[in-house]
Design a protein around this ligand. Structure first.
Ligand SMILES: C[S@@+](CC[C@H](N)C(=O)[O-])C[C@H]1O[C@@H](n2cnc3c(N)ncnc32)[C@H](O)[C@@H]1O
Length: 296
């Protein structure tokens, strides 16, 4: 109401203030690293996080090929347990997965000969030599990082003509619709206060970010789809930091038991009403990607 009464100039000032507050929060994210040290959450993360599609990696490789035919070293920063790192191994001679969480790195694969995983902060990539990387990727992790320090490090390690690709996926939607309605209500009314860091940036498909290289571009054409049982989807929700945070602050019971129960009830009545027998969910995540080449 109050917002509607503001003049256009007032609205712009308000938007700029909110934007710079969000930026300040994003630049002091060190305390959020603790979010990735919960053993159960990390276990669920490795098990249920959606895998990126072949199309995602083809887009990355094609983009690198625009300015370079060198595929010697790819560095995946904020690699978690390696979902975004492993598929690069068939395209690059050497792949380095870096993550600030030792527990995530401990879950990364150890059987890929040209892939090495190390504990390392995005803001200090001193374990990578200057001018040696053909590609730096960050998947679903940039909103945790100190943008300025990270970009300085990326510019140092990339070869001229090398590429920086920042990507991820935003909040999923579900089919059938009855389950999506319940999920969206849970997401928008129960969880908001339990997300820390840059969740808003993820929900906005990283439109608040840009790549510091001229001519950089976005790709918002891709998605990830999965057919999951209700139990699998609930397992995925268990890998969310906000769910973990909710359970810690409300220790009387696990919120996911309630969600699972509700999902099953809603699905049963929707099946009856629509004369169908669906037990699976189709889960769709929109993928966003920001891509830039370091000038030659
Ligand atoms: C949501 S996970 C993404 C993992 C993987 N890249 C993927 O796409 O599934 C975010 C990861 O970023 C890591 N991370 C957060 N802040 C970081 C930082 N400043 N430097 C390095 N890694 C960071 C976390 O430890 C976590 O493993």
């Amino acid at each position: 109401m109050v917002l509607m009464q503001l003049s256009n100039i007032g609205k712009r000032v308000l938007a700029l203030t909110i934007f710079s507050q969000a930026r300040r929060q994003l630049s002091d994210m060190s305390s959020n690293w603790a979010l990735f040290t919960n053993a159960k959450q990390i276990e669920l993360y490795a098990q249920f996080r959606p895998r990126y599609t072949e199309e995602v990696f083809k887009t990355i490789i094609d983009y690198c090929g625009e300015t370079s035919s060198d595929f010697q070293l790819a560095v995946d920063v904020g690699c978690g347990s390696g979902q975004s790192t492993e598929p690069l191994a068939k395209h690059f001679r050497r792949v380095l997965g870096l993550d600030v969480s030792a527990m995530q790195i401990a879950k990364a694969p150890t059987n890929i000969p040209n892939c090495t995983f190390k504990v390392c902060k995005a803001e200090d990539l001193s374990s990578v030599k200057t001018g040696t990387a053909d590609l730096v990727t960050v998947a679903q992790a940039f909103h945790w990082m100190d943008e300025k320090k990270f970009f300085a490090e990326v510019d140092r390690i990339l070869k001229p003509g090398g590429s920086l690709i920042i990507y991820g996926y935003s909040t999923c939607s579900l089919a059938p619709k009855e389950l999506d309605d319940y999920f969206q209500k849970f997401y928008h009314s129960v969880l908001p206060e339990y997300w820390t860091g840059g969740r808003k940036a993820v929900e906005d498909n990283y439109t608040c970010f840009s790549i510091p290289y001229e001519g950089w571009k976005r790709n918002d054409e891709m998605s990830i789809e999965k057919d999951w049982s209700i139990d699998e989807f609930v397992g995925y929700l268990g890998s969310w930091s906000a769910v973990n945070e909710y359970n810690q602050k409300n220790p009387s019971g696990n919120i996911l038991e309630k969600v699972q129960h509700e999902f099953k009830n809603i699905n049963q009545s929707a099946n009856r009403e629509n004369n169908r027998q669906t037990t699976d969910l189709r889960v769709t995540w929109p993928v966003f990607m920001l891509m830039g080449h370091k000038p030659k």
